[in-house]
Ligand binder design. Structure first.
Ligand code: HEC
Ligand code: HEC
Length: 362
């Protein structure tokens, strides 16, 4: 089903609102940032993004995060397309929403500066892309199954490649941006150029097929959740400690965590993802302790009496491990990382509680 015109229109309006004070949208070259803005954006990149996209923006440091410096992305990704991806994330993937209104840590201005900074760091002449691409959907479905599903997932759910069936991505990305990536690949990544493999009609077809899978997108309602007060950080504060057997001295399995939670043992569950993800859904009792917070900020909220602290993140361990390593360096005892991550936890059928923002569709 194609996304309805009003829905696309609404999304477009919302994006304009999000990036409203931009003097020029679309294909104009990005205005230069002041040196101070550029420095601040570079620092924010290292704090919030480098964990997955790599300190050098080459991608694939963790969680199959894409390159943010490939010429084809930079040439076709406008400040709006890049800014929207940062603001709204890709729900259901490790890419969270960073906009404060979505429960994330960054203001609109900070996101705008990050988007401009990414574009100016890897200069490429902007290439205008079409909003819509017409093509033979049935032909495209066959192409997808044969050439794309192995990396992008049979249902476009993602794998080593990005989630091409993601409703938020499809709503916020012009067809021509996708088509250009398929035709020219993403240099320096596993995404090869398909222009020598597929005919133009096949590339149009697979682009149209992706668009046809778009199920519409409801703009998630921006609603803040207040984290629990500090004295409520410990689950079952008067109970006994859990008995965990850690694999590699670090990991606890979902089955074991579930068992100890059901036995009502005393512990802290630390959700190390970007806070907007905690707001959408989290394991019951988990409190936010995002990977980008300083060790002091995270520790300020944690008991130091040997209470077990189990950290988890999306998919499956990068953010949680970085937090637990920092806690251990500071001498915090009894820490562990959930091996399966919350995606694994959910797919094994263990429960999560939905936040208000979780009502938004994927
Ligand atoms: C926990 C890992 C993680 C972190 C941290 C993270 N990202 Fe991502 N990001 C991803 C993944 C994974 C994707 C691809 C999602 C998908 O399947 O579509 C992605 C996608 C993107 C995209 C879309 C790129 C494209 O080719 O369409 C942009 C832009 C982006 N991230 C920017 C950022 C910025 C800027 C930050 C820091 C504010 C950030 N990300 C933090 C994992 C992460
Ligand atoms: C070998 C694995 C692999 C195959 C096969 C593959 N891709 Fe990709 N694709 C990737 C990876 C990895 C990325 C992310 C690259 C990056 O780091 O920017 C990607 C990125 C993309 C993007 C850009 C998404 C975005 O948000 O920027 C599109 C569109 C895409 N692929 C479409 C396709 C289509 C259509 C096919 C089949 C014709 C295909 N890919 C085949 C691995 C693959």
């Amino acid at each position: 089903m194609r996304q309805t015109a009003p829905a696309r229109c609404f999304a477009a309006l919302l994006l304009l609102a999000l990036l409203a004070p931009l003097p020029a949208l679309a294909q104009d070259p990005p205005p230069l940032l002041t040196p101070e803005q550029s420095e601040a954006a570079a620092a924010r990149y290292q704090q919030y993004c480098a964990l997955c996209h790599g300190p050098d923006r080459a991608g694939h440091a963790n969680d199959h995060a894409p390159s943010l410096k490939s010429a084809s992305l930079i040439a076709t990704g406008t400040p709006v397309v890049i800014g929207e991806a940062i603001a709204y994330g890709r729900p259901g993937t490790p890419m969270g929403a960073y906009h404060v209104e979505m429960g994330g840590p960054l203001t609109r201005q900070e996101i705008r500066e990050l988007a401009f900074w990414l574009l100016t760091m890897a200069p490429a002449d902007p290439i205008p892309v079409a909003d819509r691409v017409e093509g033979d959907i049935a032909l495209g479905a066959g192409v997808y199954a044969q050439h794309c599903a192995s990396c992008h997932g049979a249902q476009g759910e993602g794998g080593t490649g990005t989630a091409l069936g993601n409703a938020t991505m499809l709503a916020l990305t012009p067809d021509g941006f996708l088509r250009y990536a398929i035709e020219n690949g993403r240099e320096g990544t596993p995404m090869v150029a398909f222009k020598d493999v597929l005919s133009p009609a096949q590339i149009d077809g697979v682009t149209a097929f992706l668009r046809s899978r778009s199920a519409g997108w409801e703009v998630p309602e921006p609603k803040r959740h207040t984290p629990p007060p500090l004295d409520a950080y410990v689950i079952n504060p008067d109970a006994a400690a859990p008995s965990f057997t850690l694999t590699d001295g670090m990991y606890v399995s979902a089955a074991e965590l579930d068992r100890e939670l059901k036995a009502r043992k005393r512990m802290v569950l630390l959700d190390t993802r970007v806070t907007s993800m905690w707001e959408r859904a989290h394991i019951e009792g988990a409190v936010p302790g995002p990977y980008y917070a300083s060790r002091e900020e995270v520790m300020a909220n944690l008991p130091t009496d040997g209470t077990w602290i189990v950290a988890y993140c999306e998919c499956p361990r990068a953010a949680a491990e970085s937090v637990v390593r920092r806690l251990r360096e500071a001498g915090v005892q009894n820490t562990a990382v959930l091996w399966e991550g919350i995606q694994g936890w959910v797919s094994l059928g263990y429960p999560v509680v939905q936040g208000e923002a979780a009502k938004a569709t994927r």
